[in-house]
Ligand binder design. Structure first.
Ligand SMILES: Nc1nc2c(c(=O)[nH]1)N[C@H]1C(S)=C(S)[C@@H](COP(=O)(O)OP(=O)(O)OC[C@H]3O[C@@H](n4cnc5c(=O)[nH]c(N)nc54)[C@H](O)[C@@H]3O)O[C@H]1N2
Ligand SMILES: Nc1nc2c(c(=O)[nH]1)N[C@H]1C(S)=C(S)[C@@H](COP(=O)(O)OP(=O)(O)OC[C@H]3O[C@@H](n4cnc5c(=O)[nH]c(N)nc54)[C@H](O)[C@@H]3O)O[C@H]1N2
Ligand code: SF4
Ligand SMILES: [Mo]
Length: 732
């Protein structure tokens, strides 16, 4: 795209950028303002950490006359740096959501019909306990699985382990960052992790491949990104859609979807052929470089042009640009990496490109993380496992990790192999939206003897449960300590700032009560969660009281870059950065990534791509009254030429039909030049089908419903979801 049309796009995208600017208040003003405020009578400011997404930003909750007033960033917290993202600021709405679950429910008709009887907690636990004991006797404890997302699942994990099951999983791995972690681990011997160890703060050149920072609102990264833009760092954005990040870029590459590996290989060939790499770093830390060079040097920009649609000169220029700033040149690893099925290899190519630039372990690249070490609670040992998890039978995906494959557990629930799965606990994950192919999820659920969902609202997945347990929202409960790996080690606390409005209860209480009912009370020896937290903190010479007051306690700074004394350690088999991977070769995979071509949409069809909106998290915030006000349905981005060809006007509602004949809800058309002609785009999380969530029912369309097809990554079992094609259904 030339600079003129980029300016035009900039104007168009002004509204979206304004949302990103919500972050712009300064911490200093905050401290001043909060002093004045704290003189007000009846005002209490309580530190906690946010749960509107899983980034865990440190926050301050303001309670005035016993009412929750607002939530802001905690200036002492390194993740939020005193500022929350728009979702975090809307945290208050989670407490006041009128659609919240109010009491435990037991199903009274067929699964999925959403008909319930209100029960007491004791009745709900009796029901669960009876089924858990029955499943244990008939099939063994391994036949109960846990799906969870977020730190709130940790006490249920403990319960499931104490019960004797190895099956615990989270769709936030094999449907999200799993392939990326495997690609990086194969190369550097370590994962990128969460929060990402990306030093955007200090980078001089940032390359974003589909990472739509600014719409993807992970707070620390977005703050660092806006400062990098202000500093004049060079930004390169690769995306079939002109994202908010693209509007800040020096170079925008509107790539044909699914061809990123071609671009990455061509970039590496230029850097190798023109000897633009960090030779000293590579000879010190790398291995297999010659074999790597022999493989990648054949991918010319002219070849890549045919695949990607990106002009060869632009490929050359951007490769030279990123090399110019090495090692402070960061090719962002992305996060939601499950795109096309060769994702671990694509992520490995991103890792290798960073290795050429010498950015791993370097300032402005990937820093070395530190986390606060707090001993675990001294629980009795778990029972010995008699069976392995069902997530990856016969090690079908040899590079699968300890973070289990959710669709593998779903598959075993459908087939009963390698052994039957008869119970599901689902905590904080809406499996109807998070897993591809909803029919398979329903088929699995129909095979269960027990399906328990812990949620705060009557979510779609709650609609399929036998028992629904209403949880307190994060502002009403304690959770485990936050010791996320970051630039500096810290510990953060989540604590109740306000009481539950009805009969909701925290997860730790549910886990303890269920354990007691099934004879596992000895695994929950503490009286309450405060005793649990204090025991852990005291073992690290801290106290609960101190942490409750401060919200955050930091450890002394340690070096985070090789140049400052951080110890380079590569936990690969060779102990080096593996430009050529013998592990992959031995397992029958490409030791250096090779290009794989993905099918194009058939005539009349468009690739369905999807992403994030700044004010929502997946499918979990749509009913939050504050966030709903800002966005209550999603739109379908359609290129201007395509809209004209199909007679689609801006603002009309249409339906989409996918390659398998599945028809979506109606969705509003957004005619825009900001997307290529071969794909359409929508924000994930809408089109929800829970009738009890009155405010979100059928609002917008669901990408998940249209994702009936998925391609599995042969290395690690991640499920790629950008492989579905849709056409327009006009008669909406
Ligand atoms: N506000 C908000 N922020 C969030 C979240 C949220 O729910 N809400 N979720 C968080 C989580 S868990 C994750 S994993 C991240 C996800 O966010 P990211 O990892 O940044 O992005 P993805 O979801 O992978 O990709 C979406 C972008 O990729 C582009 N894209 C689609 N296909 C292709 C392709 O073939 N090639 C290229 N180069 N680009 C393509 C889309 O146009 C879109 O801009 O966001 C995080 N941040
Ligand atoms: N089609 C499609 N599928 C995707 C993605 C996509 O973009 N498109 N993104 C993928 C990615 S990157 C990720 S990380 C995963 C995320 O997938 P999930 O983690 O499943 O995300 P959500 O769909 O938001 O489900 C969160 C659920 O937790 C509930 N909840 C909210 N707060 C609480 C609480 O305090 N306690 C309890 N117990 N429950 C709570 C919400 O009501 C909701 O039902 O999805 C993956 N799947
Ligand atoms: S990124 Fe936003 S929603 Fe996520 S924890 Fe931080 S403030 Fe909360
Ligand atoms: Mo994710």
């Amino acid at each position: 795209m030339n600079s003129l049309s980029r300016r035009k796009f900039l104007k168009i995208s002004g509204a979206t950028i304004a949302t990103a600017a919500v972050l712009a208040g300064s911490a200093k003003t905050f401290v001043k303002a909060s002093k004045k405020i704290s003189e007000r009578k009846g005002l209490e400011i309580i530190p906690t950490y946010c749960d509107l997404c899983f980034w865990k930003c440190g926050a301050l909750a303001y309670i005035e006359d016993g009412k929750l007033w607002k939530v802001e960033g905690n200036p002492a917290d390194p993740l939020s740096n005193g500022r929350l993202c728009p979702r975090g600021t809307g945290g208050v709405g989670a407490h006041y959501d009128p659609d919240r679950l109010k009491s435990p429910l037991i199903r009274k008709s067929l699964r999925g019909e959403e008909k319930w009887i209100d029960v007491t907690w004791d009745e709900a636990f009796d029901y669960i306990a009876e089924k858990m004991i029955k499943i244990k006797n008939e099939y063994g404890p391994e036949s109960v699985a846990l799906f969870s997302h977020g730190i709130g699942g940790s006490f249920l994990k403990h319960l499931i382990r104490a019960y004797g099951s190895p099956n615990e999983t989270a769709p936030s791995f094999a449907q999200c960052r799993g392939p990326r972690e495997v690609g990086f681990e194969l190369t550097f011997g370590d994962v990128v992790g969460s929060p990402e160890r990306t030093d955007i703060e200090n980078t001089r050149c940032l390359t974003l491949i589909g990472s739509h920072l600014g719409e993807n609102m992970h707070n620390t990264q977005v703050q660092e990104f806006s400062r990098a833009v202000e500093r004049g760092a060079s930004i390169i954005v690769v995306d079939p859609r002109f994202s908010v990040a693209a509007s800040k870029a020096k170079y925008y590459l509107p790539i044909k979807p699914g061809t990123d590996l071609a671009l990455l290989l061509a970039w590496m060939s230029i850097i190798v052929n023109e000897k633009l790499y960090d030779a000293e770093y590579i000879s010190k830390y790398g291995t297999g470089f010659d074999l790597f060079v022999a493989e990648v040097s054949k991918y010319t920009p002219e070849w890549a042009y045919v695949e990607t649609g990106i002009e060869p000169d632009l490929i050359r220029e951007t490769a030279r640009e990123m090399a110019r700033y090495k090692p402070a040149s960061l090719v962002h690893p992305g996060r939601h990496a499950t795109w096309y099925g060769d994702d671990a290899q694509r992520s490995r190519a991103i890792a290798l490109l960073n290795a050429l630039l010498g950015s791993w372990g370097r300032k402005g690249g990937f820093y070395q993380t530190h986390s606060f070490s707090i001993p675990k609670y001294p629980y009795p040992p778990y029972p010995e496992l008699k069976k392995e998890s069902v997530h990856n039978p016969n090690n079908k995906y040899p590079f699968a990790t300890g973070e289990q494959i959710s669709t593998g557990i779903r598959e075993a629930t459908i087939t009963g192999k390698p052994y039957p799965i008869k119970g599901w606990f689902v905590y904080g994950t809406n499996l109807m939206q998070a897993l591809p192919n909803q029919n398979e999820t329903v088929e699995a659920i129909q095979n269960l003897d027990l399906m328990v969902v812990v949620d705060v609202i009557p979510s779609e997945i709650a609609g399929w449960a036998d028992v629904v347990l209403p949880e307190s929202v994060y502002l009403e409960r304690y959770d485990d300590l936050n010791t996320s790996p970051f630039k500096e080690a810290f510990v953060g606390i989540r604590q109740p700032v306000i009481e539950e409005p009805n009969d909701q209860k925290p997860n730790w209480w549910m886990a303890k009560k269920i354990a007691e009912k099934i004879g596992l009370g000895n695994y929950f020896p503490w009286k309450d969660v405060e005793e649990y937290l204090d025991t852990r903190l005291q073992a690290a010479d801290l106290s609960l009281q101190e942490l409750k007051t401060k919200g955050i306690i930091k450890a002394p700074q340690q070096p985070i870059y090789f140049e400052d004394g951080a110890e380079p350690e590569f936990l690969t088999p060779s102990g080096k950065i593996e430009f050529y991977s013998s592990q992959l070769a031995e397992a029958g995979f490409d030791p250096v990534p090779r290009y794989t071509k993905h099918p194009d949409p058939p005539p009349g069809y468009f690739r369905l791509i999807y992403g994030r909106a700044p004010v929502h998290t997946f499918s979990k915030t749509q009913s939050n009254p504050l966030l709903k006000d800002m966005m209550d349905e999603n739109e379908l981005w359609v290129n201007t030429d395509i809209a004209e060809k199909y007679g689609l006007n801006h603002g009309v509602y249409i339906k989409l039909k996918n390659q398998d004949g599945v028809v979506s809800n109606k969705i509003k058309v957004r005619v825009t030049e900001r997307i290529r002609t071969d794909c359409v785009y929508m924000v994930h999380g809408f089109g929800q089908k829970s009738r009890q969530l009155r405010s979100t029912f059928n609002k917008g369309a669901s990408d998940s419903e249209l994702i009936t097809k998925y391609t599995i990554d042969p290395l690690m079992g991640g499920t790629a979801m950008n492989v579905n094609f849709v056409t327009f259904e006009m008669e909406a």
